[in-house]
Design a protein around this ligand. Sequence first.
Ligand code: BGC
Ligand code: CA
Length: 336
Amino acid sequence: MKKALLLCLVLLMAGSFAFANGKDDGTVTIGCNIYSFQDNFMNGAIKPELEKYAAAKGVKIDIVDSEGQQAKLNDQVDIFITKKVDVLAINLVDPAAASAIIEKAKKANIPLILFNKEATEDGVMKSYDKVWYVGTNSAESGVIQGEMMVADWKANPAWDKNGDGKVQYVMLKGEPGHPDAEARTKYSVKAFTDAGIGVQQLALEADPNWSTQFGNDKMAAWLTSSFGKDIELVICNNDGMGFGAITAMKAAGVRLPIYSVDALDQALTHIEDGELDGTVLNDGVNQARATIDLAINAAKGMDVTAGTSWKIDNGNTKAVRVPYVAVTPENYKEFR
Ligand code: BGC
Ligand code: CA
């Protein structure tokens, strides 16, 4: 009797897996994209861990390159749906285009995990009961970067080159409309004004690709511009652009205070070499792991955080937010 019951149960389970993924080997398949394989952080920190952790968990992950084109991503999602993947893990190209993806997933009744680029359309996360977000609290990175800069500014009076008590800064912003880029731009500078220190923005340039080439080109141009000699601080919204700015400064033989976000290995090396004053850990390893954990649970129709230590925040955003950490010349070795 017991045996018969067990057999029934096993058959039932096998049946439901086969139903879930349209194949019959019981393996969970995740249809995944990266908005651009050219992105330092996505390619260097997130993608390798998605692959590694999926393998460790015994699930299949198919990762495609959306090449910075939302239209391409829409097609890739259609293909994943046709292939009957069990769950989608999607890195939006355009954070304002989540609704199109959510509608596709909803129509196909496939759970959807969005990661790294938080949807910006109002109420969109509530439009489907099987969509969740994995990322960070964007503002936190700006706040932490800002606090680091303020502390160092106060400790180094010589950084105020013209002695006017204000910070003359240049800013390398990432993708306009990307919640991380917007929040970092705002909160890093706000830390100075909150501390009663005046600021003057000499230049700000935004790059949808957050790229090293862009950082290099802009910094090189700024250094030779009419205000080149007035720059007292270089604020970079990610490491990638910061790497370019560092290269440009070295080529011009100048060393201005410079800060970024992500804490990629190369950034730690720049800190070690005295070429970068600080960055903020954007924890790609844990963001990738949370994405996979939620995807597996969702594919199995379980509570998405079941058996994990991830917490879904209380708001309407249905998000797991991995904390940022300050990385300085004092503590960078801990992040290797
Ligand atoms: C990272 C950037 C990256 C962007 C891509 C941000 O969280 O800090 O380096 O380019 O995500 O969406
Ligand atoms: Ca000044």
